[in-house]
Design a binder for this molecule. Sequence first.
Ligand code: NAP
Length: 266
Amino acid sequence: MRSRLAEARKALGDRHVKLVSVEIGQNPAAAVYVRNQQRAAAEVGIEMEVQNLPLGSGQPDLLRSIDDLNRRDEVAGIIVQRPLPPGIDPRVVQSAIDPHKDVEGMHPANMGAILYREPMLPPCTAAAAQLLIQSTGLDLRGAETVVVGHSEIIGKPIAILLLHHLSTVTVCHIGTRKLVDHTRRADILVVAVGKAGLVHGDMIRPGACVIDVGINQGPDGRIVGDVDFASTVDVAGFLTPVPGGVGPVTVAMLLRNTLRAAGAAV
Ligand code: NAP
């Protein structure tokens, strides 16, 4: 995918394509994401600028910085790294980004557009889950799809994107009575909760396509998903690993959105 994106970048010629990441202070968790994004951007030929506002900066400072980036022509895309310090409303911040530069696909205009069709700038993780499912060649039409987790940025948009393909979508959440009754009948199972080991191999239909979105710190410090890999890998037909599955594809979607925002047909 990155080589395809690099081709699309080349096709834009001399045009400046800059992605700017804004962060308050320097969060160690965000630093890993930023490094991954920088490496992937460089590989595709997208220039990435990282702005670290001084610790103690507030919402007005962040909004001023976004306003400046909205006005700069060479800036194709803007990312705001999370977690944001207390007292800053992520919705206000995301809404301040020009929707045409909202490469995370989280501006209310881009989120709302999802109800009508797949938007030009979809939320990256949801788009990554969709692309991974499509890459298996499975027919989404009529497939029993179960999405576990209903957050605004992941669970809900995934459910709607898959619904556009006429998949029969069930969304499970904290109010779901018996999760296993749903997961066991899924042809396609997407788990996006943030709880290590929530889903085990005995909760999976043999041959199912399992997309593990979760990122958790395991007891020994290793990064693990929401799906117990060892008990699931021989039951599932397809299973995304953590790390190395949805994460890198999400970064690729961020770069795809940046190129789209710069006018590339990709
Ligand atoms: P979130 O906002 O905390 O949402 C978690 C969702 O899971 C909520 O809808 C919650 O329901 C639901 N939930 C909680 N416990 C549950 C249970 N026992 N059974 C069923 N559903 C349950 O988290 P998020 O932002 O969506 O992120 C989810 C995970 O994806 C996290 O691990 C995060 O680190 C990871 N993530 C991965 C990527 C990537 O690129 N791979 C990107 C972003 C995030 P209620 O709201 O009803 O409690």
